[in-house]
Design a protein around this ligand. Structure first.
Ligand SMILES: [Zn+2]
Ligand SMILES: [Zn+2]
Length: 292
């Protein structure tokens, strides 16, 4: 057995790469470590040449779905002893060479959780997992670890910590992990600045009510302020246009699903693909009928 070193760079942080390598190493009975650095992911381990090649190939070909591998190398290094496989704390000694992971729209599995009344994340608006959630907007510095994000000051509750430390859990090593118990705080203020509520559920209900009443709501999100109003309410749109001094320029619309989108706009195949991208970009489309 020899000690091997793998270095992988590209879009490999914030996509579940370390827990993936960890699971694979445990499955293949390999000892060593994996860590994030500001030039990518590094893995050091002991194995025969054949097992090392197998491990390397599986890392490259079975990588997490949001990862993009730009460069990869495997080299032999001086012999070391390991008695287990671990996720090492990150280091940032190298020259930065990373693709920053974009914010990723909520995945289907998280959507299911927030709509399931028996799930502890029922209606929890900040539900994320290894495959989804904010990345780019919350990173303060590299490598991608909770302490280098705007979530650093939030402490995970026992439930979340258990998920974080459980190799079999889909939130194993998920840096954005929170739940209603250790929630990201929410605040609601009136237009003049008076505090209205600090209760997540109540805030969501009040927002829903306000939108239905044709009001405009400013949401301070991860990437700045969003002004929201009911896109089917002509009066609300007119007020927004007036206040924003935007008489004609289009606003972005939020749709629940593709069926709903197709009722209002004509989509080319390219636009359809773009709308369903994991980063959920804003896509310019042609409207079927003139709407406000
Ligand atoms: Zn998710
Ligand atoms: Zn929690």
């Amino acid at each position: 057995m020899q000690t091997h070193h793998i270095h992988i760079s590209g879009l490999v942080q914030g996509v579940g790469f370390r827990p993936f390598v960890y699971r694979l190493a445990i499955e293949m009975n390999i000892n060593g470590w994996v860590c994030n650095s500001n030039d990518g992911v590094h893995i050091e381990f002991n194995a025969t040449d054949t097992t090392a090649k197998d491990f390397y190939d599986r890392i490259l070909y079975q990588a997490p779905r949001n990862a993009i591998i730009a460069k990869h190398t495997i080299t032999k290094t001086c012999k070391k002893e390991f008695d287990s496989f671990t996720i090492h704390s990150s280091n940032n000694k190298n020259t930065p060479d990373l693709l920053i992971t974009p914010d990723i729209a909520i995945c289907d599995s998280c959507k299911k959780e927030i709509l399931d009344i028996h799930n502890r994340r029922y209606m929890y608006p900040f539900t994320t997992c290894l495959n989804c959630g904010p990345r780019y907007s919350i990173i303060n510095s590299l490598p991608y670890d909770r302490e280098n994000t705007t979530m650093a000051q939030l402490t995970m509750c026992n439930h979340c910590l258990k998920e974080y430390n459980n190799i079999k859990n889909e939130r194993h090593f998920s840096q954005t992990n929170t739940c209603p118990e250790c929630s990201i705080p929410m605040y609601l203020f009136e237009a003049k600045g008076k505090s209205v509520s600090r209760n997540n559920i109540e805030i969501l209900q009040l927002l829903d009510k306000s939108l239905k009443e044709g009001k405009i709501v400013a949401v301070k999100g991860i990437g700045g302020y969003l002004l929201l109003c009911d896109a089917t309410n002509a009066k609300a749109i007119q007020t927004l246009r007036l206040r924003k001094h935007r008489p004609a320029k289009p606003f972005a619309l939020l749709y629940k699903d593709m069926d709903m989108v197709c009722n209002d706009v004509i989509l080319s195949p390219v636009e359809q693909i773009a709308l369903q991208e994991k980063s959920a970009p804003i896509v310019l489309c042609r409207v079927k009928v003139e709407i406000f």
